[in-house]
Write a protein that binds this ligand. Structure first.
Ligand code: SF4
Length: 336
């Protein structure tokens, strides 16, 4: 199966969004199914909650299945299932299959190391829109050093092989950090040689969920991110495209993102929030319904990105630089 056309999908979602006018519709959701993981990446923001005590508090299978039904009934079309490592949940296959049966377009974020022939066969039978695997380095030493998981490089490569053998849609992505900045373009070249595989470079680092700042030391400064982007034609084109979309969104309705309007986030404990980056306030899906949470609670949640007027390009760049500088200097794991 070839890679889906991202533009037609985004165009379709954009037209749906436009048709809603100023209303809200929960088109896209990201669901952090668990914080558990078989690895302990140095930049991971969910890893602090990868503990037995925390894992015991995560949503149980029946709760997840009930919420999936509520999402479908509320009009949600697309879900990104992430973690932690979603495949580390023993019930993952059942959850995933139910989501497919309910008709969601699915994206799966995984570290790739738990993909077995059986899992790959199941994903082939219930094909997701996209599978995204984080790939951190081109050598065993650098990759395993980042994941702190001996053997993870080989297991990840094997997981990728199993997916490609079955023609599944795959995106390889790399989070640029001080510990792998010199390998980004090599990883991209390698991924480019894999038939049908897309590649993404990321640089947005997220604070750890427990507020720890110990990963500061591997945060790439803005100027280094720009240097990597400038050196690659695809990265430059993506930056221009993102900027265009951003300006269009600002012109259209003066807000910088669709959190709480078209997008939402659910954490491993059932807290519904505007997005993964903004967890200042949550609505408890264990005790309330998704419909009430999305339509009644989320519009009142605090969000620094609701801006009354569109900034100029120069203001936008300044905001981005300030946001990076002001953020607790942690590294976004982008689990997995
Ligand atoms: S970044 Fe992903 S693979 Fe690494 S520890 Fe976190 S959840 Fe696991």
């Amino acid at each position: 199966m070839g890679a889906p056309c991202a533009d037609s999908r985004l165009g379709f979602l954009g037209r749906l969004r436009d048709a809603c006018g100023s209303g809200a519709l929960p088109l896209l959701g990201q669901w952090e199914l668990t914080c558990r993981c078989n690895l302990n990446c140095v930049m991971c923001y969910t890893d602090p909650f990868n503990t037995p005590g925390r894992i015991r508090r995560e949503l149980a299978t029946p709760e997840i299945l009930r919420i999936l039904g509520e999402l479908r009934d509320a009009g949600c079309l697309e879900l990104c299932l992430t973690g932690g490592e979603p495949l580390a949940r023993p019930d993952f296959i059942g959850i995933y299959t139910r989501a497919k049966e309910l008709g969601f377009l699915l994206t799966l974020f995984t570290n790739g190391t738990l993909i077995t022939p059986k899992v790959a066969d199941h994903l082939k039978r219930y094909t997701p829109r996209m599978i995204e695997i984080s790939f951190h380095g081109m050598t065993r030493a650098s990759f395993d050093g980042i994941t702190q998981g001996p053997g993870s490089y080989d297991r990840c490569r094997e997981g990728i092989r199993l997916l490609l053998e079955r023609g599944l849609p795959l995106t390889i992505k790399t989070l640029g950090m001080t510990v792998n900045r010199d390998e980004v373009r090599e990883i991209k070249a390698w991924a480019g040689g894999l038939a049908g595989v897309q590649y993404q470079f990321g640089s947005v680092l997220r604070p750890r969920l427990d507020g720890a700042t110990d990963a500061d030391r591997i945060q790439l400064p803005v100027e280094e991110v720009r240097r990597i982007e400038r050196a690659d034609a695809q990265f430059r084109a993506e930056r221009r495209l993102q900027d265009r979309r951003y300006r269009r969104s600002l012109r259209r309705d003066g807000v910088r993102c669709g959190g709480g309007r078209f997008r939402f986030h659910i954490d491993a404990y059932g807290q519904l929030s505007l997005c993964s980056e903004n967890r200042r306030q949550g609505y408890d899906l264990r005790s309330g319904s998704f419909r009430e949470g999305f339509f009644a609670a989320l519009p009142g949640f605090p969000c620094p990105n609701r801006c009354p007027a569109a900034p100029t390009d120069a203001e936008r760049d300044t905001h981005a630089a300030q946001a990076l500088a002001a953020r607790p200097q942690t590294v976004p794991g982008g689990p997995p």
